[in-house]
Design a protein around this ligand. Structure first.
Ligand SMILES: [Zn+2]
Ligand SMILES: [Zn+2]
Length: 381
């Protein structure tokens, strides 16, 4: 699938600016390409601290009114709560939007999680129930009129079900390879029993694990949760018992130059192919996929949580970056992860909400050569 089919051959000259945005406890990465006859913006995840996201989006929106492609790793708020801001900021919205498929059970789990963490009016839940749901549910023929209006500037939606797909985003120049290592993971019974312990009403649990939660069942859910006793205790138990479960289905994206090129020598940050991992667990299937990918730069999964750490994900001298909020309540990144990676990787910046933790990598390509790489001043914004 090509967005720009007429860009021409590999003698093209272009530059890429890759930014690891400082958004606190969340994840937001962008890649803007500029060439003689093209201009392209790709985003992987957009969630975190609201003020920081606003600032970063203001910068990206200078001279642009659309995002060419957006990839959403999974449906946790810290990866997606910036999406309504994107839609408000970029008048032409998002041209191609990719996200992973969920079963009704997993969808219910995400909605309940967001509810407990952010309350009924959770931005993420509005988006899930009023938009995303329609693309999972084969029974839903048409998006409701009011929802159509709210999300009309998301043009093409692509639900990623399988294991691997290549999106040739800028024909002959750049590709995005989508991977979902644990797509077969379906902890149905576990989910049902957990939901039942939280929601405490068999009928509702049956209905939301059979069908995708809609506005009506969301209202019922809210009444049941709010009447079921100590909200804080429920939340604690839920977070404890089900920690990390929803990260299982994270969609990874490998961003790479179409032809593998002879690169500048020296440090790995002089190379350009980047693997974005969302909050993916370090399972066997993840490790197998990562080992088969010839990446130069990698996002440390799940904000550097030790639970998602395996030395097998990393190569000697790699550039591995972390995104996490300063003093966040989850204790990300784990000290242990950082120490391991300090030994393994030459570069391992921690990007927080501090503007001066921003990482900006600028690459200039001429033909199939990468001619120049610069780490620009963090404070460009
Ligand atoms: Zn997550
Ligand atoms: Zn996360």
């Amino acid at each position: 699938m090509g967005f720009y089919n007429n860009i021409g051959n590999s003698a093209i000259e272009f530059d890429l600016t890759r930014i690891i945005h400082p958004v606190g406890q969340g994840a937001f990465y962008s890649e803007s390409f500029n060439g003689n006859n093209f201009n392209f913006l790709a985003i992987y995840d957009c969630g975190g601290d609201k003020i920081s996201i606003e600032r970063e989006l203001n910068y990206l929106a200078i001279n642009r009114n659309s995002i060419d492609v957006m990839f959403l790793s999974h449906f946790h708020s810290d990866h997606m709560n910036g999406i309504p801001r994107i839609l408000a900021k970029f008048k032409e919205g998002i041209k191609d939007f990719y996200f992973p498929f969920l079963t009704p059970e997993l969808f219910a789990l995400d909605v309940v999680y967001n509810y407990l963490v952010e309350g009924k009016d959770s931005i993420s839940n509005q988006f899930l129930i009023n938009f995303i749901r329609y693309f999972f549910d084969s029974k839903e023929k048409e998006i409701k009129e009011k929802d159509k209006k709210s999300y009309s500037n998301i043009k093409n939606v692509h639900v990623f079900k399988g294991e691997r797909v290549v999106v040739s985003s800028i024909e002959s120049v750049w590709q995005y390879e989508l991977h979902r290592p644990n797509y077969l993971h379906t902890p149905t019974d576990k989910i049902k029993s957990l939901l039942l312990s939280i929601i405490n009403e068999q009928g509702l649990v049956d209905s939301i694990t059979k069908d995708y939660i809609n506005e009506e069942t969301y209202d019922q859910l809210s009444v049941v949760i709010d009447n079921s006793g100590d909200f804080e205790k429920l939340k604690e138990r839920f977070l404890q018992e089900f920690k990390g479960e929803q990260n299982q289905y994270s969609m990874m994206v490998f961003s790479k130059k179409s032809d593998r090129i002879e690169l500048l020598g020296g440090s790995p940050c002089n190379r350009c192919n980047c693997l974005y991992t969302g909050d993916v667990p370090a399972s066997k299937s993840t490790i197998n996929i990562v080992k088969s990918i010839d990446y130069d730069i990698i996002q440390v999964p799940h904000h550097g949580s030790i639970k998602n750490y395996s030395k097998d994900l990393y190569k000697d001298g790699t550039y591995a970056f972390f995104s996490a909020g300063k003093n966040n309540r989850y204790g990300h990144p784990d000290l242990e992860t950082r120490q391991h990676l300090l030994g393994l990787c030459k570069y391992n910046p921690l990007v927080t909400e501090e503007p001066n933790s921003r990482v900006v990598l600028e690459y200039i390509f001429i033909g199939s050569q990468l001619n120049k790489v610069e780490l620009i001043n963090n404070n460009i914004i």
